[in-house]
Design a protein around this ligand. Sequence first.
Ligand code: ATP
Length: 606
Amino acid sequence: MTARNRRLLRRGAPALGVLLLALVPLTGDIYYQNMLIMTFVLAVLASGWNTMAGYTGYVSLGHSAFIGIGAYTAGVASAHWGVSPFLVAPLGGVAAALVALLLSVVTRRTRGPAFVIVTFALLELLGLTVRNWTSVTGGSKGLLMPLPTWGVDIQDWPFYYTLLGLLVLAVALAAGIARTKLGIGLVAIRDDEDKAAGIGISTPAYKSLAFMASAVLVGVAGAVYGYYVSFLDPGAMFDIVLSVEAVLAALMGGRGTVWGPVLGAFILEPLSEVTNSHLGGSDAGALRLVFFGGLLLAVTLLLPRGILPQAAEWLRRRRTRGATSPVGRRLADAELPATPVMRPRAQTEDTALLRLTGVSRRFGGLVAVDDCGFEVTRGSITALIGPNGSGKTTVFNLVDGTYPVTAGRIDFDGRRIDQLGPTRRTFAGIGRTYQLPRLFPSLTVLQNVAAACGEFRPGNLLRSAVSGAEAARATELLEFVGLGDYLTARATDLSYGQRKLVELAQVLMLEPQLILLDEPCAGINPTLIRRMAALIQALNRAGQTFLIVEHDMNFVLSLSDPVVVLSRGTVIAHGAPDDISADEQVREAYLGADFALDAATAGGTA
Ligand SMILES: Nc1ncnc2c1ncn2[C@@H]1O[C@H](COP(=O)(O)OP(=O)(O)OP(=O)(O)O)[C@@H](O)[C@H]1O
């Protein structure tokens, strides 16, 4: 299929689907009309859940709480003001979004299973509140909604078309988010939240926006749904089964995709109807829960990625069958392209860009860094070397804000930074790579680089994820590190060494003043080591400051000046490479008595 036909199909199929759905009520079949109304509610709920769990990675088991919030907000408001619930339905969306905002603030440091439990608790808490706030909500007796004001001849059409409209909006919102910088940031958070914070993604703001987006339309749909069922019962409005169905729909169709949750809802709701009509008696509720729990288990085991991603993978394999992957090609030992121009930053008078003074870090009884102090001069390539476990990576983690210091202070560019969070240190001008590269596996190489942001500009969040000057810059940086041919490759398809180069390009995207490189040569082949050395030198000639941790002594001693040596978390030597390699204490603690610098293999840099 040509790209044009694919585009046509992508736009035409949804339009045709909406048109067909719009025609259903005209057939006059009440059974299917009601089934579709419930399907729309589930699809909006599943789509909202997907924005929180599929895009952002925060799995909620209480998402149906937003249905209840919307329904009760509209029910109480319409009773109070004596107006149609349709008119106050948007208030249901506002209330749901505000609760979602509160949830994002309360759970700022809560991840994984703890977050799941919080969302379940939220659902229970709201149900309890509604049950006990009798004067406003009617308590356990429930709340009667006003009767519809239209004639029986048009049946439930107003509910049907409003919910269909909400479903279209939900899909448009999910698709819109996926295309923006916000969306790419959410996927980065899902893949590796700490790393995302380290490349300048303001995770609290992104998560708050995502949570609100995941709740707002669910709240409006809840208001319409409440009016449709005509009676608000706390048990039904804050029902865990509805949450489980939404999770199941999204997982079945494809978590993290735009259409997966909708597809899942259109499969699941008819199934639910069947179980409803066949599972009667007093145990019907429990049996349905067991049925959907079992289905959830089956989907997780048999279709872990969901129908749409699995189908897309199958198509991709078919398309690329027999083709050789460009990713396996050896990087040429070619000339480097021109060094990218870095944005000049205002500088202070201080010649030391980074200064650690009396810094210590304990992990329980273990002192990983002990009264450590050294400076990184502007424009230098400073090496930080020392035996395994001497505290080098911990120093990096203290400088970039991954860990707080136990004692001492860290100054960067003339100001104290040890109280700042990781993202603010990134904005201050510190960029960092990792011993084991940490790229976002769900993003392409270009997206990985473009996701990095050196400052927070709220206006940017709704801009296209990878476009304009930013895309051009990310491409330029990838070409500079030698990976211009791999822009659309998945980060996970690259070799280990190539990932290290992408991570360097990602850091350069931040236009940092200081780059911390954690073992840039570990596990990569000699060609890439030479390329890495050439890149570092070219960037340094253009004014870039580096602090490098590395065990390849030929590489690091030929590249750096000065060299700082750590042993047991303390600086034991500091000086020029020749002095360091001749230092008795350093030889004894790290280099070995017979150490000699091999200029011929020194990263090709000698
Ligand atoms: N999060 C942590 N919790 C507990 N102990 C830690 C933690 N991080 C580091 N350590 C300990 O701190 C000490 C220093 O570790 P660190 O990784 O900083 O050493 P390193 O010099 O980078 O070692 P290598 O050269 O092997 O990478 C080690 O004993 C390590 O086990």
